[in-house]
Design a protein around this ligand. Sequence first.
Ligand code: FB9
Length: 490
Amino acid sequence: MAEKILKYLSENEEVNTLKLAEKFQEDHQKIIGFLKSIQANGDLVIAEPVSQKNIELTEEGKLVANQGSHEANIFNVVPKEGISQADLMKLPNAKVGFSKAMSNGWVLVDKIVNPPLVKRKVPEIKDSVQEHLKLVDAGKSSELTEKDKAEYKKRKLIQESLIKSFVLKKGPDFSLTLNKLETDLTSEMLANGTWKTSKFKEYNFDALGVPPSSGFLHPLLKVRAEFRQIFLEMGFSEMPTNNYIESSFWNFDALFQPQQHPARDAHDTFFISDPQFSYKFPESYVEKVKTVHSKGGYGSQGYGYDWKLEEAQKNLLRTHTTAVSSRMLYQLGQQKEFKPIKLFSIDRVFRNETLDATHLAEFHQVEGVIADYHLSLGDLIGVFSEFFKKLGITELEFKPAYNPYTEPSMEIFCFHPGLKKWIEIGNSGIFRPEMLSPMGLPKDVTVIAWGLSLERPTMIKYGFNNIRDLVGPKVDLEMVQRSPICRLTK
Ligand code: FB9
């Protein structure tokens, strides 16, 4: 095609690309593409950009050109005996059609009869609107008067567009053939000297790179990476959470959660049938836990029930990563000398809950824990406020809450600027002495902690309403490839 264009230009002084598109029955944009490939070969042609106003039919104009004007259609449906206005108005575009038919003097309203009837005023009509629009469709809008064009523009039957094209003339390096453009400078060219006469294709620095066919991170893992980065920036170290299966002892008893607590019921927890029990626990620590549950201690009256080892031995899918926090805090309490510590975890937890659009039987819990001397509720609020600030959340409110292992406890809420409403964003508290003292932590050491999920912020960030569009067997894997880079700050 490029050489056809050059040949045409060799026989004509100049030509517009629109004319070439018509002559070669080719799309105009393709002609422009061939022009670009000719220009890449050097100054074979001179291309002068030109714009011309073009009149074309609107969608409604195309309808009228095909099916007749609204006024003509109204005239054609009016029977000799007349028709009520109410019946006439049931037709498409009847209001416009009736009004134009009246102003054209094609129909009248006979008010002598009741109800008044619309009747023909003339025996026949000429639908000049349809004829004119057919001319426009055939590219002959120049045959219309300016008055008609103004009328049809006002009725939104035609519209003006600007068509950009090029007027081509022979350039200084005009040729009927295109030299092959080299794309690479090769060692052969350098050796045999052809590089001196070869023509090289220009680099297109705007060309997009080939999209990587490598792997893509799931949105949840992108948000996890963002949360992990925030914790690391704040000086937290990650806890080893690579055990989904946990004993009831570390998941509940070590947290001073009584064995009768409803959360320990099979309706809320997934218990493991094989291996059903764990047997290895630090013996002296188990005794302290048993005592603090059944008789109290450390200033607490305890729960006063008959604590059973068999209950604590039951294996389960951990219901929170706080089970890992309890293991870590026990290890800290066993150290010869206490050292303050900041820990975090982000991993899967499992709850035998009612499933719905935003809840599955598992989710990723995010937890931050700090152990130091004399930490207060103010320290807790300060730390998680800093954490949430790094997510772009600054307007926080708190509500007293209950957790078996923290006192006081608070639910955390924020006004989400995107959702324009208050939403719950997590839970927090100060671990109870009944949990910390049996671990061997010094009396003046307090441990503050807060938690949230990974799924809720991810769903909000990526605009998911149903958790199953984010995780599970029905996830559209292309969504993983499409999801943009995750940046959680404002
Ligand atoms: O994540 C939650 N909401 C949330 C978090 C961030 C967020 O970011 C958006 C960008 C702005 C948006 C929303 N929630 C906690 C609140 C609710 O979604 C709640 O309905 C669901 N909760 C889960 C548990 O529900 C059974 C989220 C999960 C949760 C709740 C509490 C903890 C951890 C996860 C905790 C804790 C804790 C408390 C004290 C000491 C140690 C740990």
